[in-house]
Design a protein. Structure first.
Lengths: 202, 217
């Protein structure tokens, strides 16, 4: 977690900016037998949480870069192959190189403070939306994944705990996607159609 | 009178500890030279999640013992086995552990790390009471304080020991330490701290070593 502080304290308080880091290891999972194109919209790539506090200070958690790293690493392990694409223009895409397109978006990000929960922790809940498209650009399905993280408050730089909790929440979402995405009906259906596994797909 | 107060304060600023050990199997559990132990905190509960300072203390106490060749911290173990020992996926029963060991790559990784036992930690340290008063003043001769503050702390921890070879829980150890800390001040405050968490850590570490038959080697 990289902390960039505004040291020019003024009557209006200062801006505390935390750069969230990727703390997620390479998962120990069997890859699904499909290949994907991955698209991250600008809002995902540059996502940051900004909160203006009552004392005039501003808390900023910069999440975009870390979450790109996390999901790049996850998808490379989760699928047979995963390639980033710059936009959703399907025309130039090689239709033989992948089976589906996956896009990511942040739906919600919430911080619960110790004074609100009565606990000694800062808690973060983050919800992602994972959307699948076929290579004709048609919508297949969307799946929401919630992640939860918490970090014990400290007396020194208590707001740093929000960054630690965010890293835990992103790791939790990556865990969920790693173990559950392959069990969703849509992914199972794609695998069945690709490999024509009639006995499993019915 | 003042010396009497000091003697009373010094002799009462200490901790009382209660240790319990339950073995689920009569067969002794001996950690062989080529086997490893993992210390991991149970992160499912918000209310009594074990402090990092306690798990670090237990890790240091066990690691320092030359009889134990390899001890892994929870963080190291979770990273190696990711995503299988996360708060969302960690096994909580014999059945769940058996199922987990059949996940592709998990048994091989555990075998490679030579992990035999997992020590699951629960519990924490809480301040349960406090009292007294203290006044500090600034004078031309410096700062001075007068008064007496005290606070009670309780450290309650439990370690569940799982044998990954047998894929089952083999015992539980608990440590309960309570103590009163004092801060008397006659010009200068002199803290007399009851280190309940540290005492619980040392007591639990000693019990884990005895449980593993380590002290007998």
């Amino acid at each position: 977690m990289l902390i960039v502080l505004c040291l020019s304290a003024s009557l209006w308080g200062c801006t505390m900016t935390f750069q969230i880091e990727n703390t997620v290891p390479i998962p120990l999972i069997e890859p699904l037998p499909i290949s994907v194109y991955i698209y991250y919209p600008t809002s995902f790539r540059e996502y940051e949480y900004r909160e203006e506090r009552s004392d005039g200070s501003v808390l900023v958690n910069q999440i975009g870069e870390a979450q790109q790293d996390v999901f790049d690493q996850l998808f490379v392990s989760l699928f047979r192959s995963a390639e980033r694409i710059a936009d959703l223009n399907i025309e130039p895409l090689d239709k033989n190189s992948a089976d589906i397109i996956v896009t990511m978006a942040v739906e919600d990000y919430v911080i619960t403070k110790p004074r609100d929960s009565g606990l000694d922790f800062y808690e973060v809940t983050i919800r992602y939306r994972l959307t699948l498209y076929n290579l004709q650009g048609e919508f297949i399905s969307a799946w929401s994944a919630n992640g939860y993280g918490r970090h014990r408050k400290t007396n020194f730089m208590p707001l740093a705990a929000t960054a630690e909790a965010t890293e835990e929440a992103i790791r939790d979402v990556a865990t969920l996607i790693a173990i559950e995405l392959g069990n969703t009906p849509e992914i199972k259906s794609i695998i069945c159609r690709k490999y024509k596994i009639k006995t499993e797909c019915g | 009178m003042i010396s009497t107060v000091w003697v009373l304060v010094i002799t009462t600023a200490c901790s009382t500890a209660t240790i319990e050990q339950v073995r689920h199997r009569v067969v002794p559990h001996v950690l062989n030279n080529d086997e490893a132990l993992v210390i991991i905190t149970n992160e499912k509960s918000s209310s009594d999640e074990t402090e990092v300072s306690f798990s670090d203390c237990l890790y240091d106490e066990l690691k320092d013992d030359s009889s134990i060749l390899t001890v892994y911290s929870g963080g190291q173990f979770r990273d190696e086995l990711y995503p299988w020992f996360e708060p969302r996926t960690a096994p909580t029963s014999h059945h769940a552990l058996t199922k987990l060991m059949h996940q592709p790559g998990v048994r091989d990784k555990i075998t490679k790390m030579k992990v035999r036992y997992v020590v699951w930690l629960n519990g924490d340290t809480d301040q349960v009471d406090q009292g007294g008063s203290m006044t500090c003043t600034v004078t031309p001769f410096g700062i001075g304080c007068f008064g007496l503050s005290w606070w009670d702390k309780e450290s309650i921890y439990e370690a569940s020991i799982w044998d990954l070879k047998l894929t089952q829980s083999v015992g539980k150890i608990s440590a309960e330490v309570s103590g009163t800390s004092y801060l008397p001040a006659l010009v200068l405050p002199i803290p007399l701290i009851a280190r309940t968490q540290n005492t619980a850590c040392e007591a639990l570490a000693a019990q884990v070593k005895e449980f593993m038959g380590i002290s007998l080697r």
